[in-house]
Design a protein around this ligand. Structure first.
Ligand code: PNS
Length: 159
């Protein structure tokens, strides 16, 4: 039984995240979308809201779980007997940050491998922070996020 963890902020989850979940399900028996808050970012959605919205795009998928965690990712991975950590690599700009994290996680827990997956070409320009900004400024994000996420963004920003 191979368990992969796909960690991130998912604030909000985008079509790019969904694409990565689909690809991760092809690699592992079970995928845990693990939502953590990056301390340096100001969150829009609560820790619980992001995972619920992402799960809504995979109705009836028994091999997908969403959870939130606090503390170190490697400790969460160890507690779930996960052997893979999946991260998306969109552009060269992502690489340095991702390499640093992957090597630090390896230092902390050598048995866990980080694998980088490329999203579909038409999703490589997507990021949660851009989606947040465009939505905040009244732009149309309906092609970039699922309908429940678009609705939640609208409600959040209206309130
Ligand atoms: O989507 P993000 O914001 O790039 O995700 C970053 C995340 C949540 C994967 C990273 O900040 C993380 O793993 N946080 C948990 C705390 C931790 O383990 N920090 C050390 C990372 S080397």
């Amino acid at each position: 039984m191979r368990t992969a963890i796909y960690p991130g902020s998912f604030d909000p989850p985008t079509r790019g995240h969904e694409d990565l979940v689909r690809r991760s399900l092809n690699l592992a028996d079970e995928v845990i979308v693990a939502v953590a808050r990056n301390g340096t970012k100001q969150p829009l959605f609560s820790v619980a809201a992001g995972p619920e919205l992402l799960a809504a795009s995979f109705p009836g998928e028994p091999r997908l779980r969403v959870e939130s965690f606090e503390g170190l990712l490697v400790d969460f991975a160890r507690a779930r007997n996960a052997t893979l950590v999946v991260r998306g690599l969109r552009a060269i700009a992502d690489f340095e940050y991702e390499l640093q994290m992957a090597l630090m996680n390896r230092q902390l827990h050598p048995e866990i491998e980080t694998v980088f997956l490329m999203p579909a070409l038409d999703l490589t320009y997507l990021s949660s922070s851009l989606v947040r900004e465009v939505a905040r400024l009244g732009g149309d994000v309906s092609a970039l996020v699922s309908p429940p996420v678009a609705a939640a963004l609208k409600a959040k920003l209206a309130g």
